[in-house]
Ligand binder design. Structure first.
Ligand code: BDR
Ligand code: CA
Length: 312
């Protein structure tokens, strides 16, 4: 199984990714870092520990408290209207149990050393914690096999501004650092995640099988929000679950490798991701080019998602 260290801002679709990771035999979630983003980091931490108890996998996953705020120095914006008052849609989780997590961020270093050469980092939140890894432990990060980031929107509309996607918009300075220093980085942007739709019929069938336990109160809430924005949408886009799926099913996507820049200012352009497709682009050192997914096979996504979430 793939050894995955997840940096997440545990709102609804991060939770779907966590459930997918717990249920998939091809994924070993060795660690989860609770970052601010959709929700404050303490709420994300509570949601992670709630899920770990719900799926009783406490001994396999190390839970580590992550970043509290962005490198921009701005106060983070949270999105209860999208993810619910507690970040779990209609669900109100029990209070944070004692223990079950660590505030020692250095445990991330220990995990990378423990799984050197095979660990895969998946980032489904803002990029603040991940950027700090490249600033403080750049050599250690060469022991990370691959990095997958859910983020960005390339020549398609954003979801926070006309051009900016939430994870990048939340900390554009951190995003620029990651796109500058990361190696073996795959970006899963709105170009594909907006189309990773889970319909109400899929949700009801998965819920009826009981394995994914809480998918209905999560995605029913998410779908209500998305319908307000686009009444013709057919279900919930599971941005983060698609990104985790990419670590075990990379072939369902088609990619281009391009240099990526992030706009750090402007009320509309802050967080805009810009890929450089100019053939004469000055970027000629390979490590600054990243694999960006521009398309994917929905049927392959559907079959994998349904089989993992139902166990069939
Ligand atoms: C991304 O931002 C958050 O709202 C979701 O959890 C996802 O990671 C989508 O733009
Ligand atoms: Ca997320």
């Amino acid at each position: 199984a793939k050894k995955v260290l997840l940096f997440a801002d545990v709102g609804i679709d991060d939770t779907i990714a966590l459930i997918y990771g717990y249920l998939s035999r091809k994924v070993d979630l060795v660690g989860v870092v609770a970052d601010y983003g959709n929700v404050p980091r303490q709420m994300g931490l509570r949601n992670i520990t709630y899920l770990i108890n719900l799926f009783n996998i406490s001994n396999q996953t190390k839970v580590i408290l992550g970043a509290e705020k962005p490198m921009t120095g701005e106060d983070p914006i949270f999105y209860p209207e999208i993810h619910g008052k507690y970040g779990l849609g209609y669900i109100k989780p029990p209070d944070l149990p004692e223990g079950g997590f660590t505030e020692n961020f250095y445990e991330v270093v220990n995990l990378i050393n423990q799984y050197a050469g095979e660990i895969i980092i998946v980032n489904t939140g803002r990029l603040t914690s991940l950027a700090n890894m490249y600033i403080l432990f750049n050599d250690l990060m060469k022991k990370v096999k691959e990095v997958y980031v859910m983020g960005g929107a390339f020549w398609v509309p954003g979801n926070v501004t006309p051009v900016s996607e939430a994870n990048i918009h939340g900390d554009p300075i951190a995003a620029n650092i990651v796109f500058r220093y990361a190696r073996n980085l795959t970006i899963i942007p709105l170009n594909v995640t907006e189309r990773a739709i889970v319909t109400p019929q899929m949700v009801d069938y998965i819920q009826s099988k009981g394995r994914a336990k809480i998918i209905k109160p999560l995605l029913d809430f998410y779908y209500e929000f998305y319908k307000k924005r686009n009444p013709s949408i057919k279900g919930s886009p599971v941005h983060d679950a698609l990104t985790l799926m990419a670590t075990i099913n990379p072939s369902i996507f088609s990619y281009q490798s391009l240099p990526v820049h992030v706009s750090t200012n402007g009320t509309v352009t802050k967080g805009q991701t810009i890929a450089d497709i100019r053939p004469y682009a000055t970027f000629n050192h390979e490590e600054s080019k990243h694999r960006i997914a521009f398309d994917f096979d929905y049927q392959a996504f559907y079959h994998d998602f349904m089989s993992v979430m139902t166990g069939e």
